[in-house]
Design a protein around this ligand. Structure first.
Ligand SMILES: *Cc1c(COP(=O)(O)O)cnc(C)c1O
Length: 242
């Protein structure tokens, strides 16, 4: 969103975007044979000023996603977070786990067994269980984090042995693509993995979240079975990185 617009105008735009995205989600959910209640709408708040995040929360957004531990912890005191679920969605370094465990409701970006072990250890020390998603590198890109699809089973088997961590589903960021239709094949592969692994019995693994779809492709993701879409720029405008 243009920085020079007045704050009132920017707040109004966020609220309008929120309504438009909700309608889109509802339409796509219906098209996929589900209802709007089956697809959660996450507001991705990285780089976004607290005043605009609060505008979205006023519209009834009840789930936010942040990428960086430091940025989230810095902004959180200014956010109206009563009744709002918070997820960490960015790559998490093992040395930051201690700071974030207990501060968010879910870590969606578990991309190694070692990271899961650290989350389990810190959660046990804090006396809690942390729900997580496993990030899948569905496009097999060298530049992306996440488990290759063919390593997921062994990762799940290893994490199933850990206490104080619970795998609740899968997450992916598919390759950047010009044609959003192209990502449907990745979303469809993710959905198949999700179905396959939900039906297998592991300890501590109780999958009911398939987190996929961002601003450019959330409709396609929903059509392929997403249960949680992570929307940033379509809601708040283009990000300004400082
Ligand atoms: C930034 C980000 C998003 C949102 O991206 P938009 O294209 O702005 O909607 C979603 N998921 C993750 C993991 C992100 O880092």
């Amino acid at each position: 969103m243009e920085k020079w617009l007045s704050l009132d105008k920017r707040i109004e735009t966020v609220k309008e975007n929120c309504k438009i995205i909700r309608e889109d989600i509802e339409k796509a959910a219906c098209e996929s044979g589900r209802s709007a209640a089956d697809v959660r709408f996450m507001a991705v708040t990285k780089t976004v000023e607290p005043v605009l995040i609060n505008a979205a929360l006023e519209e009834g957004i009840d789930l936010i996603g942040e990428n960086r531990v430091q940025e989230y912890l810095g902004k959180a005191p200014e956010l109206h977070l009563e009744g709002v679920e918070k997820h960490l969605i960015g790559h998490l370094q093992k040395n930051k786990v201690r700071q974030i465990v207990g501060k968010v409701d879910m870590i969606e970006s578990v991309d190694s067994v070692a990271l899961a072990a650290e989350i389990a250890k810190r959660s046990a020390l804090a006396g809690i269980t942390t729900p997580v998603l496993l990030e899948v590198n569905i496009g097999s890109e060298a530049s992306k984090f996440g488990f290759p699809a063919d390593r997921l089973e062994e990762a799940l088997a290893a994490i199933a042995e850990m206490e104080s961590i619970e795998v609740r589903g899968l997450m992916c960021i598919p390759p950047m693509s010009e044609k959003k239709e192209e990502n449907r094949q990745f979303f469809s592969q993710m959905h198949q993995l999700y179905i396959d692994f939900s039906s297998k019995i592991f300890n501590n693994i109780n999958m009911n979240v398939l987190s996929m779809g961002m601003s450019a492709d959330y409709r396609e993701a929903i059509l392929e079975g997403s249960t949680l879409v992570r929307v940033g720029s379509a809601l708040f405008g283009e990000r300004i990185y400082r």
